[in-house]
Design a protein around this ligand. Structure first.
Ligand code: NI
Ligand code: MN
Length: 236
């Protein structure tokens, strides 16, 4: 599959994406690799990492944050509460931020945007507050913009995200139960006015029942191209 812009986007399954930029930088959003049942063994080896973004504290989005952070010392962006938690774990280069804020990491402009979900971190017998969940708009060196919605329901201000940031590509959860399903995600495409979508957060476990085929059917009239990457597959 092609986007014709030189950025490589590798889907590692669930909500985990590895990007290689035109300048040779690598970025992961929501790293869950080692214990991610959707991630093929052949995709588990990460050989470089410059930036790491985290949408919320749930383990299916943070499973490999600490190990990757200690191995590669990437610049990390996450909500303020998760930045405190990571700091206490000895993780370096953590940039705590909050929704509406922008930060430039290794030449990429990162905007933290809203998401409606929950966020927590489980430590032993305790469930810790994980701050508020978020999504990100990442602007690559050549201006290409990707919106990773994180885990979220649909919300009306996706229209504002579309107006303000004009994402070229949206990564949208479609699995249902914990996030939007395909019906809601199809309407999200309408609000965002986005023409390329990679579905995520589906099929990892049986209850995540939404399918890319259903999203394609529901967005045909919008001219949306649903790029259903298989885990391990790369879009370039
Ligand atoms: Ni979650
Ligand atoms: Mn999740």
């Amino acid at each position: 599959m092609k986007l014709n812009n030189g950025i490589k986007i590798k889907y590692l399954g669930h909500s985990t994406f590895l990007f290689h930029t035109v300048e040779g930088k690598s970025l992961i959003i929501d790293p869950w690799i080692e214990t991610n049942p959707a991630c093929p063994d052949s995709a588990r080896d990460i050989d470089a990492l410059d930036m790491l973004l985290i949408t919320h504290g749930h383990s299916d989005h943070t499973g490999d944050v600490i190990s990757l952070a200690k191995k590669f010392k990437p610049q990390i962006a996450c909500n303020f509460e998760l930045s405190l938690w990571l700091g206490k774990k000895g993780v370096q280069n953590v940039n705590g931020m909050n929704k509406g804020g922008n930060i430039t990491l290794e030449g990429l402009k990162v905007t933290m945007v809203n998401a409606f979900h929950s966020s927590s971190v489980v430590e032993g017998d305790s469930v810790l507050y994980g701050g508020e969940p978020c999504g990100y708009v990442v602007q690559f060196e050549d201006g290409f913009k990707v919106y990773h919605a994180g885990d979220t329901c649909i919300f009306g201000d996706m229209e504002l995200i579309g107006e303000l940031y004009r994402p070229d590509l949206a990564l949208l959860p479609i699995g249902d139960l914990f996030t939007m399903g395909p019906e809601e995600a199809s309407h999200a495409c309408r609000l965002l006015d986005v023409k390329h979508v990679i579905p995520m957060h589906y099929g990892t476990f049986p209850p995540l029942t939404g399918t890319p085929e259903r999203l394609s059917e529901l967005t045909r009239d919008l001219g949306v191209e649903v790029l259903a990457l298989k885990p391990g597959e790369t879009l370039d």
